[in-house]
Write a protein that binds this ligand. Structure first.
Ligand SMILES: Nc1ncnc2c1ncn2[C@@H]1O[C@H](COP(=O)(O)OP(=O)(O)OP(=O)(O)O)[C@@H](O)[C@H]1O
Ligand SMILES: [Mg+2]
Length: 277
């Protein structure tokens, strides 16, 4: 990779880089799955054609039941899986089936246990050929700012769940793509830590203006964080509704007691409870 591109990229880690528009057009996926141990594998849809848009600087949430295809959709957007149909575009450019365009935080935090926190968060830069000293210089201020400054030499096992999640998120942020995919990043946390992490993510979003696509099962979390919510249903999944969350920003927990907040929650909940296909 050309050094000047990397340098330019690193500059934007500190200053924030505006998001891009992610467009998922009618993306569907089938896997070859054998219905019984003896039957031959046959194409089985796991995701019906879905279309989603994440404009610059928006936080877009996907909520839906287990198995409706949310992680499959992320795998396709990240270019790790080919869709059976449809296309993925970033700022109008077709990137279907190609990697490196998005920062992707997997459903598990996937920190490498033998590496220090510092070496974990710079891994994306390392993979992209950035000099270690430059990568460290970009990472240190973020570790400081987000409460991990004293832990840069610690191993992941020495950190609390919330700290590990922050480290995994910083690693995704440092990969420094305008679009970030976060697959249930706070799923394993207790309620109090989760709330802190949600407020932290809102801060990160405010400073970095990325386009963030976020998977969650938690309806409160979806409404608190989102500019728009895609509610998915069914197996194979489909988008039942796109909801624009028109609540004031910056948001804090006080908003959760307002009638407007409750109305959004009720709308999402009733879509998820409604079994009608
Ligand atoms: N590589 C694969 N081969 C075959 N089937 C798969 C593969 N990956 C996922 N599936 C199937 O696709 C469906 C959707 O899985 P996916 O992991 O996308 O769901 P999800 O919405 O992310 O669920 P959860 O909320 O539990 O994480 C499931 O039925 C799963 O078994
Ligand atoms: Mg999943």
């Amino acid at each position: 990779m050309a050094a000047e591109i990397v340098e330019e990229d690193l500059g934007t880690v500190a200053t924030g880089v505006a998001g891009s528009t992610l467009t998922v057009n009618n993306v569907g996926k089938s896997y070859n799955i054998a219905k019984t141990p003896k039957s031959p594998p046959e194409p089985t849809p796991v995701l019906q054609p879905v279309s989603i848009t994440a404009p610059p600087g928006e936080l877009v949430t996907i909520v839906g039941p287990s198995g409706c295809g949310k992680s499959t959709l992320f795998g396709i957007v990240a270019g790790l899986e080919e869709p059976t149909q449809g296309t993925v575009e970033i700022d109008g450019q077709d990137v279907t089936g190609t990697t490196g365009h998005v920062g992707y935080m997997l459903q598990k935090d996937m920190l490498l246990p033998w590496r220090s926190i510092l070496d974990n968060v710079i891994i994306g830069l390392e993979v992209r050929g950035v000099k270690r000293s430059d990568a460290v210089a970009a990472a240190r201020p973020l570790l400081q700012e987000y409460g991990l400054g004293d832990y840069e030499q610690a191993r992941p096992a020495q950190l609390s769940g919330g700290m590990r999640q922050r480290a995994a998120l910083l690693r995704t942020l440092l990969f420094n793509r305008p679009i970030m995919l976060l697959d249930e990043p706070f799923g394993a946390l207790d309620a109090q830590t989760r709330l802190q992490m949600q407020l932290w993510l809102l801060e990160v979003q405010e400073s970095f203006q990325k386009s963030i696509v976020f998977v969650t099962h938690d309806i409160d979390e979806a409404v608190l964080l989102s500019d728009r919510i895609y509610v998915m249903r069914g197996r194979p999944g489909y988008v039942a509704r796109e909801i624009h969350v028109d609540l004031p920003k910056p948001r804090d927990t006080q908003i959760t007691t307002t009638p407007e907040f409750t109305a959004y929650k009720d709308e999402v909940r009733s879509l998820l409870m409604d079994k009608g296909e």
